[in-house]
Design a protein. Structure first.
Length: 385
């Protein structure tokens, strides 16, 4: 019987205030960890010092390794040494392509018996490499996890995988009218219609399309304000686009923030014209906060937990998106709050229950306990092809 479960967690895109890292830390915060030793490996330059502080304050170690993308061979050897030296029971790596074979093979050669590849998206920036590494990947992992069915099918093909919900702290993100008044007063948003978006500035998130949508809105009504939450390599390009459209007074770049739950209280409508996604955490958070969301129809229907979500094809163009946004009636969030939260909980996205179930899965996988499957939670759903 295992008395101390040792786990190494890797997020291949870094440790920042983005969806994957927020999901990982939400699970840890909700998990009773007295019988667990959890470490992180920092594998890229994409990290935020505040996120590292949060992780360390939870009692987790952080091991800095050579850069995964720039020093791949050195990274592989260092990761193998780390896993072998610390004799981890589980290596749990999060990513969106078969390049996870790097982490899985390092763990396999280091003697780790439980190697979890966790799919977080439905596309990759490296399609040729993804295809090339497929045979090696299929031989490397012992368990396939995914944030949703589409993300699982993308990475694991016709092999079985387990759906692990992107659970949320419902009480943290639930609508708070007093906090909304405080924030909108502080940010001088009284009388404004606040449009929000959260995501890294990259090709996937499609910010240039988003700015074109907002241009259509702002040209007709100066009461619209757009908040862009996040960082990324394409931010300077988007800032120039905003300047070219003379929207500087109406578009606010917040950078990465640690108070997302608070910021959502000040919003009115969220838009998400992504080119592709796994199961986006932010859309779940927006629904918990009782915010209407207009999102691209390439995004999985699994994230539509309430009627607050409206799908729009990107092909219809920014003008059609703007017209749809204008037509949305901003709801009385306090009035619909109870019903919305009941729907979120019924769908299996309550982090308190999700975290308990994930821990049980961990123990089952290493042979240290019995996995309890009552058929009620998606986190126990083994998707069999």
């Amino acid at each position: 019987m295992i008395t101390m479960l040792k786990i190494l967690i890797l997020n291949t895109i870094g440790l920042d205030f983005e969806g994957i890292t927020n999901s990982i830390t939400s699970y840890l915060e909700a998990t009773e960890r007295s019988d667990m030793k959890i470490d992180f490996a920092l594998v890229s330059q994409n990290f935020h010092p505040e996120m590292l502080r949060i992780i360390r304050e939870m009692g987790c170690g952080i091991h800095v390794l050579p850069l995964r993308m720039k020093e791949t061979f050195r990274y592989f050897l260092a990761l193998r040494r780390l896993i072998k030296r610390n004799q981890y029971d589980i290596v749990h790596a999060h990513g969106n392509s078969t390049t996870l074979a790097i982490e899985m093979w390092a763990a396999k050669l280091a003697g780790c018996k439980v190697r979890i590849a966790h799919s977080r998206n439905t596309c990759t920036n490296y399609p040729r490499l993804n295809k090339l590494l497929r045979p090696l990947f299929n031989l490397s992992y012992t368990q396939g996890f995914a944030c949703g069915i589409q993300a699982g099918k993308w990475l694991f093909g016709n092999k079985d995988f387990r759906v692990i919900p992107n659970g949320k702290d419902i009480s943290k993100f639930a609508y708070n009218p007093n906090r909304r008044i405080e924030l909108r007063t502080k940010l001088k948003l009284t009388g404004k219609v606040v449009i929000g978006h959260a995501g890294n500035f990259n090709y996937q998130k499609n910010h240039e399309y988003l700015i074109k949508i907002f241009k259509e809105l702002a040209c007709e009504d100066k009461h619209y304000v757009l908040y862009l939450i996040g960082e990324g390599s394409l931010r300077p390009q988007i800032e120039k686009m905003v300047e070219a459209y003379e929207l500087e007074e109406q578009v606010i770049f917040t950078g990465s923030i640690s108070n997302m739950a608070d910021m959502l209280q000040a919003m009115d409508i969220m838009i998400f014209p992504s080119r592709f996604e796994g199961l986006p955490n932010v859309v779940l958070e927006w629904q918990i906060a009782c915010l209407p969301c207009v999102i691209s129809d390439v995004i999985t229907k699994e994230c539509k937990l309430t009627d607050l979500v409206t799908y729009m094809p990107l092909q219809e163009g920014p003008s059609a998106w703007a017209e749809k946004i204008r037509s949305i009636k901003i709801p009385d969030r306090e009035k619909i709050k109870e019903g919305v939260l009941e729907q979120i909980q019924a769908a299996g996205f309550d982090i308190q229950e999700n975290a308990k179930q994930l821990k049980e899965i961990y123990y089952k996988l290493v042979g240290g306990g019995d996995e309890i499957n009552d058929g009620k939670s998606k986190s126990y759903h083994l998707y069999q092809q």
